[in-house]
Design a protein around this ligand. Structure first.
Ligand code: BG6
Length: 299
């Protein structure tokens, strides 16, 4: 048994012999589906998500680079669109590799300042010589996404932020508990005095989502676990990514997003987004920033 693979020059799909599958759009190198061996979907994708390259995908795993949100006070990125241009560029598929034991598959995608599919806004507004390699690795019990962002111009250092904007699918947001954030400092992007700096209480050790939530955590623990009804479901670990954004738009914000459907879809998702977004990663010419997340299915 081998990995089966399809590529229609717009969307790639890989199926493991054990039954798991992923689908990735070249647009944004966005992972839009991740199914376990029983065919159960693990990512939330809006029914109104644009998959034709006209807008960043609402759901799956959009990749945020080189700016998280907008940064009006940061000269290099102040004019870039929200969350940068990686998610709105058409990436090149570089190839696939299977692991030695043949249990998994790794798909590599590339986007550089010379890629024809680069969002035209990017070249005009962020004129650096960069090269991104984004790898999506599917194993029977886990999905890993990793990025290497290289600066190819010795004369022009750049600053960047990176974030893997994962929309996890859940059955019922009111039954979700998130651990691994206790005592962690965070920036709260919601509320009258937002953004404000807070600290997650040590007790209870779990975060529950009961309304609009948009927080940038700097966890002290290595793993963030998402449980449902007391059962662990996802264990998210990070490599060189200091932050975790937890986002749920809740009813009003969801209804206000034209590409968020159904309106009550916020009950079936929670974004747990590993990233390096607390400050800026300064990348000198010839250097690279690397970071990764692994989402393990547990329970
Ligand atoms: C989150 C941000 O990561 O992404 C939120 O913290 C933002 O503030 C959300 O609303 C969705 O962003 P977008 O651009 O995909 O609507």
């Amino acid at each position: 048994p081998t990995v089966t693979f399809t590529d229609d020059n717009s969307r790639l799909r890989a199926d493991l012999p054990t039954g798991e599958s992923i689908e990735v759009l070249l647009y944004g190198a966005t992972v839009i589906s991740w199914k376990d061996a029983t065919g159960d979907e693990k990512l939330w994708l809006s029914e109104a998500a644009k998959l034709d390259g006209s807008k960043a995908v609402r759901g799956g795993i959009p990749l945020v680079f080189p700016v998280f949100g907008t940064a009006p006070d940061h000269p290099q990125t102040k004019d870039l669109p929200q969350h940068g241009f990686a998610r709105t560029s058409r990436w090149e598929f570089l190839g696939k590799s299977t692991s030695e034991s043949m249990v998994g598959v790794k798909l590599d995608f590339g986007l550089s300042s010379a890629t024809p599919g680069l969002d035209p806004k990017a070249a005009a507004l962020w004129p650096f010589k960069f090269n991104l390699i984004y790898s999506v690795t599917l194993n029977p019990e886990s999905l890993t996404t990793s990025i290497v962002a290289t600066n190819d111009d010795a004369a022009a250092p750049f600053d960047c932020q990176v974030l893997m904007h994962t929309y996890l699918r859940v059955k019922d947001i009111t039954a979700v508990e998130i651990t691994g954030l206790a005592s962690a400092p965070y920036t709260d992007k919601v509320g009258p005095s937002a953004p404000s700096t807070k600290t997650q209480p040590a007790t209870p050790p779990t975060l529950t989502i009961t309304g609009e939530t948009d927080r940038v955590y700097t966890p002290t623990e290595d793993a963030v676990t998402v449980s449902e009804a007391g059962q662990p479901r996802f264990r998210v670990t990070r490599d060189n990514l200091a932050n975790v954004v937890v986002w749920n738009p809740w009813a009003d914000k969801a209804a206000a997003m034209a590409d968020f459907k159904p309106d009550d879809g916020y009950k079936n998702m929670v974004c747990v987004e590993p990233g390096a977004v607390g400050g800026w990663q300064a990348v000198e010419g010839g250097d690279a920033f690397e970071g990764a997340q692994t989402i393990k299915l547990v329970g």
